[in-house]
Design a protein around this ligand. Structure first.
Ligand SMILES: Nc1ncnc2c1ncn2[C@@H]1O[C@H](COP(=O)(O)OP(=O)(O)OP(=O)(O)O)[C@@H](O)[C@H]1O
Length: 331
């Protein structure tokens, strides 16, 4: 649905040149909720702004819903942008207009007539749960309600794609959850493809089907969450199940076991004790529901070095479990 191919963008020139996007290629499948994560300055905002050409890339191609946007003239681009809604961190509402007026404004600028504007705005405000606030002004709303107006406005032109630029970053955890649920509803009921950027792993964990890790303008990892969590060494997977630092454990091999889907309920500890006579220490555990599936990571301490635990580790791997040796006694 969204395809970025070899997209690069830099700002400034000479010694002051900053490369914000460095040869980025990314495919967001239709109907997906796709999260791009990265630290401050990684290039997330620049990336999402290139998708509707709010930021024009220096090179590369951008296809949305089958259309090559960089090849379009101004008029065609204006029409194509109607298919791409955008939600912002700071809502960007018009303070002099009511809630209804803010949503209608999005339709006014694309030439929808007054009666149809009213009808559609009322329908969308109901969808986002703000029907009762139609005649309030933004200053009379909570942060979460303001963001619902932002979402209603983004949906007004009936887009096929929704871009979210840190939409929940200014909201408290409970409000964040309700807005993320709204994204999920919109995605499911309207079939919208959602591309969001965030610096919060919790957002990815809660609603994303797929994610990409952006670092210094480059995509370092990218894929469906269910696949990433069973990819050895995945940093995204590690961030989804943070188990903290590994302390000093003399004479112990430390392993992380990742469970997902069908193997989430294996009694591995009992089995290690029974089949290999190992006294296992549990050093940490994180269980989450990722993309609708239960998944988790358990950190175990096994007495002895990696070589003396080789048979037990091979046994776990033979059962299809992802086992990573993350620390421990030298062989
Ligand atoms: N208009 C601009 N002029 C100059 N430099 C810019 C501009 N926009 C972004 N940059 C630079 O490009 C890099 C990427 O910025 P960007 O805002 O895309 O990162 P980000 O990951 O969204 O960061 P944050 O999470 O802090 O918003 C940064 O080094 C930033 O300073």
């Amino acid at each position: 649905m969204i395809s970025l191919t070899s997209v690069s963008k830099s700002f400034g020139s000479g010694a002051r040149r900053t490369v914000a996007l460095d040869n980025v290629s990314l495919d967001v499948p239709e109907g997906d909720i796709f999260g791009v994560v990265g630290q401050s300055g990684a290039g997330k905002s620049t990336l999402i702004r290139t998708v509707n050409l709010l930021e024009r890339p220096d090179s590369g191609s951008i296809r949305v819903d089958g259309q090559e946007l960089t090849a379009l003239g101004d008029n065609d681009l204006r029409v194509a942008r109607q298919g791409i809604g955008m939600v912002f961190q700071h809502f960007n509402l018009l303070s002099s207009r009511t809630v209804q007026g803010n949503v209608e404004f999005a339709l006014e600028v694309i030439g929808v007539d007054s009666r149809e504007r009213k009808r559609r705005a009322a329908e969308i405000l109901d969808l986002v749960g703000l029907g009762a606030k139609a005649s309030s002004f933004p200053s009379q709303l909570s942060g979460g309600q303001k963001q619902r107006v932002g979402i209603a406005r983004a949906l007004a032109a009936r887009p096929r794609v929704l871009l979210s630029d840190e939409a929940t970053s200014a909201l408290d955890p409970e409000t964040t959850r309700s807005i993320l649920e709204l994204f999920r509803t919109i995605n499911r009921d309207l079939g919208l493809t959602v591309l969001l950027i965030t610096h919060e792993m919790d957002v990815v964990k809660t609603i994303c089907d797929s994610a990409a890790l952006l670092e210094a303008g480059q995509i370092k990892e990218n894929g469906r969450l269910v696949e990433l969590i069973s990819t050895p060494g995945s940093r995204l997977a590690r961030d989804l199940f943070p188990l903290g630092a590994i302390g000093e454990l003399p004479g112990t091999t430390v392993i992380d076991i990742t469970f997902s889907g069908g193997n989430a309920d294996r009694p591995v500890i009992a089995q290690l004790a029974r089949d290999h006579a190992i006294d296992v220490s549990i050093l940490g555990a994180a269980i989450e529901t990722i993309a609708g599936n239960q998944a988790g990571r358990t950190r175990l301490g096994l007495p002895g070095d990696a070589r003396s635990n080789a048979a037990a580790i091979a046994d776990l791997r033979a059962q299809g479990l992802l086992v990573e040796i993350v620390g421990g006694a030298a062989a």
